[in-house]
Design a protein around this ligand. Structure first.
Ligand SMILES: *Cc1c(COP(=O)(O)O)cnc(C)c1O
Length: 473
């Protein structure tokens, strides 16, 4: 299996693409061909068995034993508090929630990041890489999941940039209390786009350093996300293709659904769900991606507070298979903060994608009405993915985080004004059926270990320092 860049004919083996993260021309790696995997091959298979089929195809230069070892070490009941790794839960006859928050950090990022260290170590072994520093921008969930996965792993260190005032309090606490001798969470005075931009600039300025990324620009993040679509659909085994509603930020999760569809998974439409930072909603309805006059706003769903959605570039490549076009669109986005599809291109995109967006107050009322009518409490990201227009098609709503990560939103929803965050979580535990993950409960008494907060323009120097120190540790 070979990977190529979205912007040129540059190519790489799976292990090289995993180690590099971003292609040298600034593009993203995509597999040259997609696996054909009919759903029938997945019926009655476990999550781990489906993972094996998918990984054997996409990561075929990693020895099969190493892949098997990665799968058994990552997807087990020590790391996931659900025996099937994810949960499919019915809301009504045609609507199912795909709950992806049973991993160690209670967000769907664990589905890929739990296996990421094993894939990266196997790739380092193949290329005799002694030490690698992982640099990651986070809107709240990736950073924690990546540090938890990589803590104290030999030969690896990790620095995480997060918006100091942009995450939920629980997300910040999760990062600031992180254990491990090789981890470094850094709060910056900016938003997620600033963090992602700082990481991307660092990569282009320091291509000589031994660094990689745990963001969904890395194929080792993206491809493991295909597993849960097959796994969920094999459990439902629907008679007609289903619609997938995905709460979307950096477009990794939605792209994984698209890849599954292209591989033969019975998916009808993919609905891109956004909050008030609805640049993707506009793009999928008008074909114009325009951030010229936009400012990121803070919403109830902080992990979707993103304007520059990296993985969209991969979708454009998959849909139009034209490196020149993709390069020009990305150049235009970079230089003019916008790019535009023509009508034919937009029509083609619309054959697969729909979009919706929800304001904060709509998110609140969705949470409350679902709780009152069905007794189900969803997190604010998942809430944005509840269908706004009724449809009789069978559908899966991707549930991306545990409600216990976002107490402040329930303060507003259920009028719990005088309660502290942790009191609200106790209240939720007492009044709902949702399970309270132990590692979130224990945050209340966990000592803060990391309090580095820096202005954006100091990121480069601070990262260089960290990398130098870790390489000699
Ligand atoms: C990361 C995240 C998202 C957005 O996912 P993308 O793959 O970046 O589109 C949505 N919800 C939660 C809870 C997340 O952590």
């Amino acid at each position: 299996m070979n990977y190529k860049s979205t912007r040129s004919t540059t190519h790489a083996t799976p292990s090289q693409a995993i180690l590099n993260g971003l292609a040298p021309d600034g593009g993203l790696y995509v597999p040259k061909t997609l696996m054909a995997l009919p759903l029938e091959s997945c019926i009655s298979k476990t999550y781990q068995e489906i993972a094996e089929m998918i990984f054997a195809y996409y990561f075929d230069d990693i020895p099969h034993d190493a892949l098997m070892d990665a799968i058994t070490s990552a997807y087990n009941t020590h790391k996931f508090s659900h025996p099937k790794i994810t949960n499919v839960r019915s809301v009504d006859e045609t609507t199912h929630l795909l709950e992806l928050f049973y991993g160690e950090t209670a967000a769907f990022k664990d589905q890929a990041l739990s296996i990421y260290p094993y894939l990266i170590k196997a790739s380092m072994d193949l290329h005799h890489t002694r030490h690698l520093t992982i640099l990651t921008a986070t809107s709240g969930d990736t950073g924690k999941a990546a540090m938890e996965a990589l803590k104290d792993v030999n030969g690896l260190s990790i620095a995480v940039l997060y918006p100091q005032h942009g995450t939920s309090t629980m997300q910040a606490l999760q990062m600031q209390t992180q254990d491990g001798n090789n981890v470094f969470p850094i709060g910056i005075d900016g938003d997620f786009d600033d963090a992602q931009q700082a990481v991307k600039s660092f990569f282009s300025a320091h291509s000589d350093l031994s660094i990689s990324s745990a963001n969904s620009i890395n194929i080792a993040r993206l491809l493991p996300q295909v597993i849960y679509y097959y796994d969920a659909l094999s459990r439902l085994n629907p008679s007609t293709p289903v619609d997938i509603y995905v709460p979307t930020g950096n477009f990794g999760n939605a792209l994984a659904a698209y890849i599954a569809k292209e591989m033969g998974c019975p998916i009808r439409k993919i609905v891109i769900c956004t909050n008030d930072n609805n640049v993707l909603y506009d793009f999928f309805t008008t074909g114009v991606y325009d951030i010229q006059k936009r400012h990121l706003v803070k919403t109830h769903s902080p992990s979707m507070d993103i304007l520059v959605s990296s993985n969209l570039e991969r979708l454009l490549y998959f849909m139009f298979k034209d490196e020149r076009k993709v390069s020009n669109w990305m150049k235009s986005l970079n230089e003019h903060q916008m790019f535009t599809l023509d009508q034919n291109e937009l029509d083609e995109i619309k054959t697969v994608f729909d979009a919706q967006h929800m304001s904060n107050s709509q998110t609140e009322s969705t949470i409350v009405s679902l709780f009152e009518s069905k007794g189900i409490l969803v997190d604010p990201h998942t809430a944005t993915a509840f269908p706004q227009t009724p449809s009789k098609h069978p559908k899966i709503i991707v549930s991306t985080a545990s409600p216990y990560k976002f107490p402040n939103v329930y303060r507003a929803c259920f009028h719990l004004d005088s309660m502290s965050d942790f009191d609200i979580l106790d209240y939720i535990e007492a009044h709902s059926q949702e399970f309270y993950p132990e590692h979130l409960k224990s945050l209340r008494d966990k000592p803060i270990k990391h309090q580095t907060f820096i202005p954006k323009d100091e990121v480069e120097a601070v990262l260089l320092d960290f990398i130098a120190k870790e390489e000699h540790a």
